[in-house]
Design a protein around this ligand. Structure first.
Ligand SMILES: Nc1ncnc2c1ncn2[C@@H]1O[C@H](COP(=O)(O)OP(=O)(O)OP(=O)(O)O)[C@@H](O)[C@H]1O
Ligand SMILES: [Mg+2]
Length: 404
């Protein structure tokens, strides 16, 4: 059973514990690595058996169960948590999900329900090295203006990519001052990029994964630092190291590039397989897009990877036409995302991605098409260009903040 999903479970009630074990046996391709009747012992059981999924029945002691979920989430973030309970109280379910569970099933559970929940959890597991079959696709998202939709696209693209069973997806928020990818996903991360960078000398895949926060959709997030001052200690070398490690662990890395276009953003774009320049059909955006394309063209490590994504098409009658935009940019438009303010803003305010908030909406379908289009693109290995004086001058001209 090489492909078997490894499960450990805790339930003080012997009867319901045994019936869950029987149900798991009926599903097949499941290996119960351990079961336990005391909440206090479950975290060490999980540490010993290293299952893919931990199943926790809440009903004997809700408070103790919540503690176990929180502890597992901190100490074993790669292990997915499924909760079972007789209760279907919405407030409790919310508490459980916020504590770190990914699936909640109300008892009595039908075999089909359990089977589908396990299948969803299976596809959200990050890869272990032996499973890694494909290279990591790094997609950097660069906005042509503030508020153009870069983070909305980063987060929703990440969540749509994570829908595919073969993908494991990470989002890196490089908007060090004002990044808000965590808000879009309603996550309260324990660690940030600053913590990871602080430990960069002893950083490995395991520590990196433990420092990232996993969202219900399966996406892993590494958010921007909490304290503004912490951003100053993030070096180009440390960002390279973090990206290199993420490449080993995920099939897709989405980077929300900051709009200060500093040296860290440059590192991210150089490491990327594809840079999506997000713009809208208005004059300030198109003007900036032309400037950015000119500057990207000066970097051998970036120029051939840039594609234009037009966000909020159909936003208002006075928008510049797509034909005019193509002429101005002298480029094809790689992808268009329609305007849908209500759906987008509802999702953002609720901290819920489009695939959960409005799975059938046109804009959600657009993101799914974007995923398909990205996967069709033949990816080439990113090339880190040698630092050349002329090029540095070029980038710095564009990025006045880094003039020395
Ligand atoms: N396709 C869309 N249709 C309608 N509204 C959108 C669309 N994309 C983004 N928005 C809205 O635009 C606003 C700005 O989006 P977002 O925060 O993603 O932009 P940003 O480029 O990351 O901004 P910042 O410069 O602050 O980082 C949000 O209110 C978001 O809901
Ligand atoms: Mg943003």
């Amino acid at each position: 059973m090489t492909n078997a999903l490894r499960v450990a479970l805790v339930d003080p009630n012997d009867q319901s514990r045994e019936s869950l074990k029987q149900l798991l046996e009926m599903i097949g391709e499941i290996c119960v690595e351990g079961d336990c009747s005391r909440y206090e012992l479950f975290v060490s059981l999980v540490e010993q058996t290293q299952p893919d999924i931990a199943i926790i029945n809440l009903d004997s002691d809700i408070e103790k169960s919540l503690l176990v979920i929180q502890q597992l989430n901190l100490e074993a973030p790669n292990i997915s948590i499924l909760v079972t309970s007789k209760t279907s109280d919405g407030q409790l379910i919310l508490k459980v999900m916020r504590a770190g569970a990914e699936e909640y099933l109300t008892l009595p559970i039908h075999q089909d329900e359990l089977s589908s929940a396990l299948a969803r959890l299976r596809r959200h597991r990050p890869m272990v090295e032996s499973e890694q079959q494909q290279d990591c696709e790094i997609i950097a998202l660069a906005g042509a203006n503030g508020g153009v939709g870069t983070t909305s696209i980063a987060v929703n693209l990440g969540c749509c990519l994570a829908e595919k069973p073969q993908n494991s997806v990470a989002i890196l928020d490089l908007d060090l001052a004002l990044g808000d990818a965590d808000v879009f996903l309603d996550l309260i991360p324990e660690y940030t990029l600053a913590d990871v960078v602080q430990n960069v000398s002893r950083l490995d895949i395991d520590l990196l994964r433990k420092s990232m926060t996993k969202h219900q959709t399966g996406v892993f997030l590494l958010p921007r630092p909490v304290d503004l001052i912490e951003a100053e200690f993030i070096s180009e070398e440390s960002i390279k190291r973090v990206i290199d490690l993420m490449k080993e662990s995920f099939t897709h890395l989405i980077i929300d590039v900051s709009k200060s276009y500093n040296e860290l953003d440059k590192v991210a774009m150089e490491a990327a397989n594809q840079v999506l320049l997000i713009t809208q059909l208005d004059l300030p955006c198109l003007r900036n897009s032309v400037r950015m394309l000119m500057n990207f063209d000066e970097s051998d490590a970036v120029k051939d990877k840039v594609d234009i994504v037009v966000n909020r098409t159909g936003f208002e009658a006075g928008q510049i036409s797509l034909r005019k935009a193509k002429e101005t940019l002298n480029r094809e438009i790689y992808f268009q995302i329609p305007n849908d303010f209500r759906t987008m803003v509802d999702g953002r305010n609720n901290g819920v991605p489009l695939i959960t908030q409005s799975p059938k909406a046109g804009i959600t379908q657009a993101f799914r098409r974007l995923v398909d289009q990205l996967s069709q693109k033949v990816s080439e290995s990113p090339m880190i260009a040698p630092v050349d004086e002329a090029e540095v001058r070029g980038w710095k001209r564009f990025w006045p903040g880094v003039h020395q």
